[in-house]
Design a protein around this ligand. Structure first.
Ligand code: UD1
Length: 427
């Protein structure tokens, strides 16, 4: 198990460039299966989850080769559906996109239930609802495999989601792009990665309109062709570095981003007393480390992203005055707070609400990364805490951040990593 060691107290200063978005890259890698062709995907983030998705394609008979550090050429001509490797599929949430891709490509799917961070219940009933509307017969069997078939070809349908689920919206698009007829998805998720998947498909000859609004319309086309496509920047990676400099103090320019995607994150930091200057493709964040307590409610885009709430927890802990996080997306996304408490955060958790008293002095301690963003929260806390913080089980942090430790060191942090350390908890 991997370990990150950080000694707090150094300000962060400098300039960084943000990678491609993990949660756009995952569906796009799986969407290449539908093209049965060669796609060149640029701005691929080299994070563990995305590397796993590429490995799944390889194990299914596809050919994937890196042309340069962030460009991968994926040939899915030889992919055989229903052959995905259980051990990797189980490790990432993004493997749920195999369902839509296999149904679209071959009219059948079979895979083990997908993995991902544990935030309580993560059902996939809405995915099933979409596939059923499109004409698939799909079920989860007792052996934890999901199996589905289509008689003939998938057909267009009207799909209404009770919850604006990112995964279900993207899976419905993946399944519908080559279906017979028109599909309309109502109450679709509006996240930038939904738009990115639609843009990818349109570059491959699909006809998807309305992505980024609550209504997505897909005119099915008989087949797609390959393309060259660049993934959008990762707003969560950007937001994480912005939160880190807000905590430590300093001046950081975060480049290669789309500032519009960061509006709510920037606004919350401004509310806390941080200075933010916005350019065409960058933001500069200045902080003297003095923060004010605020309230945050996680919401679907364009609301405050649930994937950023853990990184704001150390800020609310340090801030003067009371602060609150209300988590409206997942029913159990506060497990990481038990670990932050070990560094001195005082917080009361009541269901989906976490109330921070603020004004905490953080002191380094051993703590465990319980999930990807919760792990990032510990790194931020450790950057400020007095003394040494040992972050155990750091593997899950590498699922979503590439080169986090060297980048922070470059910006002035006293941080090291031990990628083969044994953790103290024993699995
Ligand atoms: C994706 C992201 C994750 C992010 C989340 C919300 C990936 C790989 N993961 O997860 O990082 O935190 O969006 O922005 O892109 N729901 C159902 N039934 C379903 C599907 C979802 O009830 O069939 C519920 C979930 O339990 C949750 C809510 O809908 O309460 C939103 O989940 P969803 O948007 O689907 O998240 P994911 O796509 O799993």
């Amino acid at each position: 198990m991997n370990k990150i060691i950080v000694k707090g107290g150094n300000a962060l200063n400098g300039t960084i460039d943000i990678s491609g978005m993990k949660n756009a890259a995952l569906p796009i890698v799986f969407a290449t299966i539908v093209t049965k062709s060669v796609c060149v995907i640029e701005n691929i983030p080299l994070v563990d989850d995305v590397l796993k998705s590429i490995e799944i394609i390889r194990e299914m008979g596809g050919v994937a080769e890196f042309i340069d550090e962030t460009t991968v050429k994926i040939d899915t001509t030889g992919v055989e559906c229903c052959t995905s490797p259980d051990d990797i599929v189980r490790k990432i949430r993004g493997s749920m996109y195999l369902l839509g891709a296999e149904l679209a490509r071959e009219g059948r799917t079979e895979m083990i239930y997908p993995g991902g961070c544990n935030f309580g219940k993560r059902p996939i009933d809405l995915h099933f609802k979409a596939f059923t509307a499109l004409g698939a017969d799909i079920r989860e069997d007792e052996d934890e495999y999901i199996r589905g078939e289509v008689k003939g070809r998938l057909h267009g349908a009207n799909i209404y989601f009770d919850i604006a689920s990112v995964g279900a919206t993207i899976n419905a698009i993946i399944a519908a792009v080559t279906a017979d007829g028109v599909t309309v998805i109502e109450n679709a998720a509006r996240e930038p990665h939904v738009v990115d998947v639609a843009n990818f498909f349109n570059t491959c000859g699909a006809n998807v309109t309305g992505a980024g609004t609550g209504t997505v319309k897909i005119h099915g086309v008989p087949e797609l062709h390959g393309c060259t496509y660049a993934i959008i920047p990762d707003m969560i990676e950007a937001g994480t570095y912005m939160a880190a400099v807000a905590a430590t103090g300093g001046c950081l320019t975060v480049g290669n981003i789309i500032p519009k995607h960061l509006e709510i994150i920037s606004q919350k930091l401004i509310d806390m007393g941080v200075e933010i200057e916005e350019g065409d493709d960058y933001v500069t964040v200045r902080s003297n480390g003095k923060l004010r307590g605020i309230n945050i409610k996680t919401l679907p885009y364009p609301g405050f992203p649930t994937d950023m709430q853990p990184q704001f927890a150390p800020l609310l802990s340090l801030a003067e005055g009371r602060g609150e996080i209300y988590e409206s997306i997942f029913d159990n996304r506060f497990k990481y707070l038990e670990e932050l408490k070990k560094l001195g955060t005082t917080v009361d958790i009541d269901g989906r609400t976490a109330v921070f008293s603020g004004g905490n002095k953080l002191v380094g301690a051993p703590a465990r990364a319980v999930d990807l963003r919760g792990g990032a929260a510990l790194v931020i806390a450790g950057l400020v805490a007095e003394g040494e913080t040992e972050i155990l089980d750091a593997d899950c942090i590498y699922r979503g951040y590439f080169n986090l430790v060297p980048t922070l060191r470059e910006l002035g942090a006293d941080i090291t990593e031990d990628r083969f350390a044994t953790h103290i908890y024993g699995d």
